[in-house]
Design a protein around this ligand. Structure first.
Ligand SMILES: C[S@@+](CC[C@H](N)C(=O)[O-])C[C@H]1O[C@@H](n2cnc3c(N)ncnc32)[C@H](O)[C@@H]1O
Length: 254
């Protein structure tokens, strides 16, 4: 068996531990008919994360967690595969599959090396999954390998601006000051937090996507709806009304 990279081993331990904190939100999102996205539950009509014509398409969720996005795609008629690095997250996903009478493959593994042949999928998606926790230099080319020509990659992450304004202390909300340099940011380890995240500038994302056989189609800076709320302490609604706290990238495989 190939050895897992160090950041994947660390993030596996972290997510096996955090999985219990994601059970209730996973249950709520599985129960929804219409998708909502990100930390402020922005409606699908605002961001268009999912293509209109998913019926009969092959779709993969990279870092699926409790797999509610996979469930939404399966209900739209897609042939779905979810892959996640945490067996504990997948245990919740499997239970919710049974409760909602939906069945699709859920793989325990690293989204940087997915055990499917080249050109197996029409659509790949990640919401704070591989898009945040896997190494972009590995998972973006892997997504390109998995997609057929003309296939689409859509992913949601913290905005780069938020990452510059977030205090390192856990539980403290983003400020209106730039707290760290933008240049050179890539792999990020927050003090006291055992996980490893990856945050790229817009220029770095564009160059990586283009190098990996993608054309960038859109970059959506998310604005929360009027009455939005979030359980996450790292950004306030007041901040998110003034600056983008999350961003969605849409790219097409050449
Ligand atoms: C925040 S959850 C994403 C799921 C869901 N969209 C959500 O926002 O709750 C992050 C998930 O990414 C998974 N993950 C982290 N690194 C990964 C990797 N290298 N390959 C696959 N999954 C990974 C974690 O195990 C975790 O379940």
């Amino acid at each position: 068996m190939t050895e897992l990279p160090e950041h994947v081993v660390r993030n596996r331990a972290l997510w096996d531990d955090w999985a219990r904190k994601y059970v209730a939100s996973g249950e709520r999102r599985w129960a929804r008919g219409e998708p909502v996205w990100g930390i402020f539950s922005v409606p699908e009509s605002d961001v268009g994360m999912l293509p209109d014509d998913l019926a009969g398409k092959d779709a993969i969720e990279l870092g699926c967690g409790t797999a509610y996005i996979s469930a939404w795609m399966a209900r739209r008629g897609a042939h779905v595969v979810g892959i996640d690095n945490s067996e504990a997250q997948l245990a919740t996903a499997r239970r919710l599959q049974r409760e909602h009478a939906l069945d699709f493959p859920l793989l325990h593994g690293n989204a940087e090396t997915v055990p499917y042949p080249d050109a197996s999928f029409d659509f790949a998606i990640s919401e704070y999954g591989a898009s945040l926790w896997a190494d972009p230099e590995r998972w973006v080319p892997e997504a390109a390998r998995l997609l057929r020509p003309g296939g689409q990659l859509v992913f949601l992450v913290n905005s780069f601006l938020l990452t510059l304004c977030m205090p390192a202390e856990d539980g403290v909300a983003a400020t209106d000051r730039l707290l760290r340099p933008a240049f050179g940011m890539y792999r990020v380890e927050w003090p006291g937090d055992p996980g490893v995240e990856f945050h790229l500038s817009h220029g770095d994302w564009i160059r990586l996507l283009r190098r990996s056989e993608f054309e960038v189609e859109d970059l959506i800076e998310i604005r929360p709806p009027a009455e939005a709320s979030t359980r996450y302490p790292f950004v306030t609604l007041e901040w998110a009304r003034q600056w983008p706290c999350e961003e969605v990238w849409k790219a097409r495989k050449r």
